[in-house]
Design a protein around this ligand. Structure first.
Ligand SMILES: Nc1ncnc2c1ncn2[C@@H]1O[C@H](COP(=O)(O)OP(=O)(O)OP(=O)(O)O)[C@@H](O)[C@H]1O
Ligand SMILES: [Mg+2]
Length: 268
């Protein structure tokens, strides 16, 4: 059965696109079939697999995420292969900047993506569909959550990171009736253990009821930026990179995550 996982957090720069791309790569290396969906007009997920010129050329193709949503048609026709076995991508476009406006006029506007993904999910070709969400909390992100079985929330161990996380959980709580998406876990990213603040943040997070932290954390690693500069997953840029190993560990955690239903975290 195809599982859909989105990466969402209203806080910008928390590591959503980096986690989505590199977890996707690690799951594919572990033998899983992956479909990536770039839901952000910044096209950072696409840029993790294709070079800038290729991304711009893909974005100008007629069949893309935005057009499929607009016409409420099957997303299968927007799927293209990447250079890696077992990793495909839904062609996206900068036009996604207008998606809120486009959704506004639709019936059941929060379920448009779910309907466009229905056939792809039912075909069962992919083990995982991974969706990169933009740093917003509008109708489009609600669509992403409604189309997802699970949500991973990447968070940077910083004061504003924690503030953003609290907002994110409040937002999810408000959607309780609308989406089945289960928070698979909070992923702490860009960890720098020299900073005392990281330790304090982790302690605070551990103290929350019902917030599941992944055992794996992703350390700050310059290989991540070098890899992104070359449109490569970090493990392709440098196999021995610390973050590459961490994403492989994260893939194991995700693979072994059970189907047990868990509701959104609530603070004590
Ligand atoms: N482990 C890491 N080590 C070093 N740099 C990192 C790491 N993870 C992410 N970054 C850098 O941090 C920045 C933000 O990461 P990313 O784009 O993945 O976040 P995001 O949550 O997707 O951002 P946005 O909210 O804008 O979509 C990027 O410049 C990326 O290169
Ligand atoms: Mg992003």
């Amino acid at each position: 059965m195809t599982k859909t996982i989105c990466f969402a957090n209203n806080k910008g720069g928390s590591g959503k696109s980096t986690a989505c791309a590199n977890l996707g790569y690690a799951l594919a290396k572990a033998g899983k079939k992956i479909l990536l969906l770039d839901g952000d007009m910044q096209l950072n997920l696409s840029l993790s697999f294709f070079e800038e010129e290729e991304v711009l050329s893909l974005a100008s193709e007629e069949k893309n995420l935005y057009e499929a949503l607009r016409k409420q048609s099957d997303l299968a026709e927007c799927v293209i292969p990447t250079r890696y076995e077992n990793i495909d991508l839904v062609r996206s476009t900068m036009l996604m900047s207008q998606i809120e406006y486009e959704l506004f006029t639709k019936m059941q506007r929060e379920l448009v993506l779910k309907k466009c993904l229905k056939q792809l999910k039912e075909a069962g070709k992919y083990d995982y569909i991974l969706i990169d969400a933009p740093p917003t909390l509008g109708t489009w992100v609600i669509n992403i959550l409604c189309a997802s079985d699970y949500c991973i929330i990447p968070v940077e161990a910083s004061p504003w990171g924690l503030f953003g996380l609290a907002n994110m959980f409040d937002f999810l709580k408000g959607l309780d009736e609308m989406t089945e998406a289960e928070v698979m876990g909070v992923l702490i990213t860009k960890v720098d253990e020299r900073k005392n603040y990281y330790r304090q943040t982790t302690e605070i997070l551990k103290d929350y009821e019902n917030i599941r932290l992944f055992n794996t954390v992703i350390h700050v690693d310059s290989a991540v930026e070098w890899a992104q500069d070359r449109s490569l997953p970090v493990a392709e840029f440098k196999k021995s990179a610390r973050s590459a190993k961490e994403f492989a560990e994260l893939a194991e955690e995700v693979k072994s995550y059970g189907s047990r239903k868990r509701k959104h975290g609530k603070s004590k």
